[in-house]
Ligand binder design. Structure first.
Ligand SMILES: [Zn+2]
Length: 1002
């Protein structure tokens, strides 16, 4: 952390360099300086030590503030006690050394060139260089950290002038516990790196001494500029000194424009605008590059307008806001500094000055926006993706530029109301920090008031910005009205008189503000974390008893889902058949309905009685118990609609086009749901909840449980879209202007989902199985490859593991509004996201063929998934699904591209595993915990490929086929069952011990 903070040294050093190192020159003291008997060496040494120590001191103060904040933090992830050395050590190796390096570099630039612009640019260049390094090296704190090869890591740990990469390289070999207990020793690459840069710093200092530039050479151009500025001031003051009695509209506009003109000349001639533009272009450019190039694991993305527009929106708002704070403060108080404001304020037209500033700052923002858009277009052209989507770019203006202009008008108001430059600066910074960081949700929880904030949201080729664009515009208009209101009020307090225009504007702003505010807030549901915790506590306290009570099992689901994509809404009708499959009578039943969905109607029909249910959690006492093997039904109607103000849920994304819902998550459930439990240990202690429900250990007795369902789902949607469910397709029809599709699947786990969009379709029949692909018309690039790979994967799985259980397999593209997965497999249907699969530029590098990987992986889940193999909740479960899917993926990759390419992919998994085990812990594969993907996927792939080398691919496949046969539903197999099959095909004792080594050791 200190290492990261040490980057702030650059910014501190630039500021101090401008202040300290140029003092003599700015005050023209340099003429006299060397007439004193003072040696150059001692002068430079004095200067440098003052400069460096001031920078270091400010940095240490910054760190101290950070440490203080840390010790105030509570929570069980923090360690008790305070270890002074663990803070001092990084300050020494990062703080002091980096400070020395940065200061000596800037010192050299300053005293050899005598040019302020070069100091700023040089400092920024250091920063820029560093960002480049972060992208190319393995940097755990870069967004979407991507694994890099060990050679690249070593190289970057030497080149990295700040030592951060070296630190992470050395730290990688430590476990979490070790990292917290010990500090990383000063050895290896870290020591090498630090010594190199101390040496380099001394070289910089020596060069300063050698090439010291005695006097600043004043160019003719600069002299000319000074004269020019002077003439500006003169002409401006003559305008103000002769009071113009014509206060009508045109003259106000004219004077505002003339103020703006003066500002703009000042702005665009200043060093800062150049520096800021370079920084912004660079920063956003890096972001764009990172978004397109996904590292060594994932293929490149197409440089589409949507991708680039969202990457601008990621950082523009924050950077733009800070730029505004600086320039507005600078512009507004510029005339004060020269005491010129007495003249300005004496005139009625001083109000025009504010308007002039607003115009000029807005022009600056438009200039920056244009710069970034040109950058985006250059990216598109250089990557050869020339389909330009102006709607995506329009988002940049609506989500960033317009709120920033609004913010500018507010900041100007702050500066004009407050009578002190620094108080105004402080309040401006505070406003910006609140509005551009997640802090805004705490300070202003009411979303309508967050109108200065930007939108970092998503863009989908299916759905554009969805309903967010309209909602955002509403909120922006509300903001304009509110700030306009404030401007008028302050103008009243200054002038003490109402004009007709102002009254009219007040009325107009009130009306429009109310209208747009109501439009934005439609459907708003306040979020309350505390009440959520309380609900979970209540739930556990009241209903945990159901964990040990027999409950009916859902055996049949018959459902109709009506989708209304253009309204972001759907309705569900459903009937469950519930059967008591236990050996004991059921006396009471617990129903859980999802709180996000509205219960229109729900009836529990038992023994000829209908019991109505209207609350999300309902406990029903039965007058006559449901005896073993007796059945009952549950009938229900549910509805759902979401609004932009609350945001959509990634797995319940009913959107205009490209909807995807893991809909079974939103269906009613029976019995106690242990996933509602609070996980936080301290919270559990506080509410006296006792031990949380835990998943089974590996040696808990095996279970056999019949909990599969027969599913019939009818989906309707708007006629220009195709609705897609899971299982085999039965029939489709049109009725009342809606398209209906019916799907059926027998004997599947209670897990189903659906999609709906305007689709293109491509299909073929292979070995009697229909392979079909539903995709967006803008994304045809990978469709043929996907069809081919599906054929290949089907062949491999059918030949080695057994027959395919369905009539068809559909690959369905869903919009990026659903995120958190690349692809997800259901019986006979696999859903894949647009950005990760369908619109990935696979041709850019055949070594990163995600299509082959995922087609193989996901298709194999129809064997290693939950419909053929269905382990219960216990450690090691994902070794039976994900590890085996990874194995199949690797074997198919080998078949397509050869052994060498497969080894390359494997190598990446090796690195993912190595990197993440230090962060998230390690365990033997057969006891892999839930959610430990680096073990189940990466370590699993490594182990299985090695197993195939030891036993032979055929023998492993034979073991897998036997495993499938011997562990069919309703058995819930464990990882021990799989190991047993491996042992059976092992030729000798040494092979057996190898199996143990691969799967039972850490
Ligand atoms: Zn998987």
């Amino acid at each position: 952390m200190t290492a990261l903070l040490s980057l702030s040294i650059i910014f501190l050093a630039i500021l101090f360099a401008l202040e300290i190192l140029y003092k003599e020159w700015d005050t023209k003291f340099d003429m006299m300086l060397f007439s004193y008997p003072l040696s150059l060496k001692s002068y430079l040494l004095g200067k440098f030590s003052f400069f460096a120590s001031k920078t270091l001191l400010s940095f240490v103060i910054l760190i101290a503030g950070f440490v203080f904040g840390q010790t105030l933090r509570t929570g069980n992830e923090m360690q008790p006690g305070f270890d002074f050395w663990s803070y001092l050590y990084p300050i020494l190796i990062f703080g002091v050394l980096n400070c020395f390096f940065v200061c000596s570099f800037l010192f050299m630039v300053a005293y050899t060139t005598r040019n302020k612009l070069l100091v700023v640019v040089g400092g920024l260049l250091l920063y820029v260089l560093y960002m480049v390094l972060l992208v190319f090296s393995n940097s755990p704190f870069m967004a979407g950290s991507i694994p890099q090869s060990i050679e690249v890591q070593q190289l970057s740990s030497i080149i990295d002038p700040f030592g951060v990469s070296a630190y992470f390289l050395e730290a990688k070999h430590f476990t979490i516990e070790q990292k917290n207990e010990f500090v990383i020793p000063f050895s290896g690459f870290l020591a090498l790196n630090r010594s190199i840069y101390v040496l380099v710093s001394f070289v910089f200092l020596a060069m300063t001494y050698r090439f010291f530039a005695f006097t600043k050479t004043v160019s003719k151009k600069e002299l000319k500029r000074e004269r020019l500025v002077l003439s500006d001031v003169i002409s401006k003051s003559t305008v103000d000194k002769t009071p113009n009695l014509d206060f009508s509209g045109p003259s106000i506009v004219k004077s505002a424009l003339s103020f703006a003109k003066v500002d703009l000349i000042y702005l665009f001639k200043s060093v800062t605008v150049v520096a800021v533009s370079i920084l912004l272009v660079f920063f956003v450019g890096m972001e764009m590059y990172a978004e397109i190039d996904k590292g060594i694991r994932l293929p490149e993305q197409y440089a589409s307008s949507g991708l680039l527009a969202t990457s601008i929106s990621q950082s523009f708002q924050l950077l733009g806001a800070f730029i505004l704070v600086y320039f507005i403060n600078d512009l507004y108080w510029r005339s004060r500094a020269t005491n010129f404001h007495f003249i300005e304020h004496s005139t009625f037209l001083s109000r025009s000055k504010l308007k002039g500033h607003l115009i000029s700052v807005s022009t600056l923002l438009v200039f920056i926006t244009a710069l970034l858009l040109v950058l985006a277009l250059l990216f598109q052209i250089s990557y050869g993706y020339t389909h330009i989507d102006w709607i995506a770019f329009r988002g940049v203006i609506v989500f960033n530029t317009l709120p920033l202009i609004l913010l500018a008008s507010f900041l100007l108001l702050i500066n004009s109301v407050l009578n002190n430059k620094y108080v105004a600066l402080g309040i401006s910074i505070l406003t910006v920090i609140v509005y551009t960081t997640p802090l805004v949700k705490m300070v202003l929880p009411y979303p309508l008031l967050q109108f200065f904030s930007g939108f970092k949201g998503l863009y989908s080729d299916f759905n554009g910005y969805g309903i967010y664009l309209t909602a955002f515009t509403y909120r922006l208009i509300f903001g304009v009205c509110l700030v306009g209101f404030l401007w008028i009020i302050t103008s009243y307090f200054k002038l003490k008189q109402w004009t007709k225009l102002n009254v009219g504007l007040m009325v107009f702003f009130t009306g429009l503000g109310a209208f747009s505010g109501i439009g934005f807030m439609e459907g708003y549901l306040p979020k309350n974390e505390d009440s959520k915790v309380m609900e979970a506590v209540e739930y556990e306290k009241n209903y945990r008893q159901f964990q040990d009570l027999p409950q009916p099992t859902i055996t049949d689901v018959n459902t109709k889902i009506d989708l209304f994509p253009s309204e972001n809404a759907y309705e569900i009708e459903g009937t469950y058949v519930l059967r008591n499959l236990s050996e004991k009578p059921v006396h009471k039943v617990l129903f859980n309905f999802h709180p996000d969905l509205k219960i229109e109607y729900a009836n529990f029909n038992i023994h000829g009685n209908a019991i109505s249910i209207d609350t999300p959690v309902s406990e029903i006492e039965l007058s006559t118990p449901l005896l073993p093997n007796e059945s009952a039904t549950l009938e229900f109607n549910l509805s759902y609609q979401w609004f932009a103000v609350n945001g959509h849920h990634s797995f319940n994304a009913i959107v205009g086009n490209g909807s995807f819902m893991r809909i079974s998550n939103y269906y009613p459930t029976l019995g106690y749901q242990s996933d509602h439990e609070i996980k936080d240990e301290q919270n559990r202690l506080e509410f006296q909840l006792g031990k949380a429900s835990h998943i089974h250990t590996i040696d808990a007795p095996e279970v056999s449980k019949a909990d599969f369902i027969d599913l019939t789902m009818i989906i309707s949607t708007e006629t220009d879209q195709t609705p897609i469910g899971i299982g085999d397709f039965q029939k489709s029809w049109t009725e009342n202007g809606k398209t209906y599709y019916q799907y059926e699947a027998e004997n599947i786990p209670f897990r189903f989902s659906l999609a709906s969009a305007k689709y293109q379709k491509k299909n073929l029949i292979h070995r009697g199985i229909q392979i079909e692909i539903f995709y967006n018309e803008k994304h045809p690039e990978n469709v043929d490859r996907l069809l081919n790979n599906a054929k290949l994967s089907l062949d491999y799985c059918i030949d080695n593991f057994g027959s395919y259980p369905y009539e068809k397999i559909s690959f369905v593209e869903v919009s990026s509004f659903s995120s958190g997965f690349a692809a997800t497999a259901y019986p006979a249907t696999i859903f894949m996201t647009e950005n990760m699969i369908f619109h990935a530029n696979v041709n850019s590098d055949p070594g990163k063929d995600v299509i082959t990987e995922l087609a193989g992986h996901e298709l194999s889940h129809l064997w290693w998934g939950n419909s053929q193999i269905n382990p219960d909740k216990r450690v090691g479960a994902s070794m039976l699904t994900e590890t085996l899917a990874m194995y199949t993926e690797m074997m198919i990759y080998k078949k397509m591209y050869g052994e060498e390419r497969m080894e390359e992919r494997l190598h990446i998994h090796q690195q993912i595993y190595e990197n993440e085990k230090g962060l998230y812990g390690d365990s033997p594969l057969y006891e892999v915990p839930y959610g430990a993907t680096h073990i189940a996927y990466s370590k699993g792939a490594l182990a299985m490929v090695e197993l195939a080398e030891v036993l032979g691919e055929d023998q492993v496949n034979l073991a897998l086929k036997n495993f499938l046969e011997h562990n069919q539903y309703p058995k819930k197999p464990t990882s021990l069952d799989l190991l047993a099959e491996f042992y059976k095909v092992a030729p000798d004792a040494s092979a057996k011990s190898k199996i143990d080594e691969l799967f039972k050791m850490k």
